[in-house]
Design a protein around this ligand. Structure first.
Ligand SMILES: Nc1ncnc2c1ncn2[C@@H]1O[C@H](COP(=O)(O)OP(=O)(O)O)[C@@H](O)[C@H]1O
Ligand SMILES: [Mg+2]
Length: 208
């Protein structure tokens, strides 16, 4: 049941990308010689987190970034999301360079954060509308209703977020990452719950 809800989300997601299909790039994310060195601090030495990554993630693929704690997974995703500055190298997201076209590059990503961070006194509908506003999505192009339905939260649209179960909150986090119809979705949770509720399909890009 939960899986089919998320499958529905994938359809909404793909539907949103339909008009873009003709001009979809072959490579969704590309990193070239990506290095990150965290500077030394009084209590910690310099740390090389990424040693020079070369990576191409094709459009339409599901790509898993696996590795032990401290391998650099979060650092990589945070660089993509514009939260960490890289030290060296180049990154292209949906063919946009994060240095020269950071806004467009970020707009192509929907990142589901590791931790649940929502106002418990907002409703799911208000949560999505607020997020859509942050992204500057015009009212006429908003798809909050459709996204909530697709994620199996159709009957919770006007409930308080605090009344949702843990799994529903996690699905709402996925919904939040989709309001601007990004062609690339990155669920970053370490929790098995999110991974199983997404069934891997949340990580799909709109090439299907
Ligand atoms: N803000 C930071 N300052 C200094 N070192 C950091 C910082 N963030 C992460 N690191 C270090 O970078 C390495 C990679 O961390 P991280 O990207 O969080 O790995 P992962 O997500 O794969 O567990 C670790 O050694 C970690 O301690
Ligand atoms: Mg991490």
């Amino acid at each position: 049941m939960r899986d089919s809800s998320i499958g529905g989300a994938a359809e909404v997601f793909q539907g949103a990308c339909m008009s873009e299909r003709a001009k979809m790039p072959e490579i969704a994310i590309e990193a070239r010689g990506l290095r990150k060195v965290y500077a030394a601090a009084p209590r910690s030495p310099e740390k090389v987190a990424l040693k020079g990554i070369d990576l191409k993630i094709p459009t339409g693929s599901i790509f898993g970034l696996l590795g032990p704690n401290g391998a650099g997974k979060s650092t990589f995703i945070n660089i993509l999301a514009g939260l960490v500055n890289k030290t060296e190298g180049e990154v292209l997201i949906w063919e946009k360079n994060i240095d020269t076209h950071s806004r467009e590059a970020r707009a192509a990503l929907g990142v589901v954060p590791q931790e649940i961070n929502m106002d418990p006194f907002f409703t799911p509908m208000e949560t999505l509308e607020l997020m859509a506003g942050f992204y500057g999505v015009p009212k006429s192009e908003r798809r909050s209703d459709e996204i909530l339905d697709a994620l199996g939260l159709g009957d919770k649209k006007q409930a308080y977020v605090r009344q949702l179960s843990g799994g529903m909150k996690r699905r709402l986090m996925v919904a939040k990452a989709m309001v601007h119809a990004p062609p690339i979705l990155i669920p970053t949770s370490r929790r098995r719950a999110l991974m199983s509720s997404c069934g891997g399909r949340c990580g799909n890009t709109c090439g299907g």
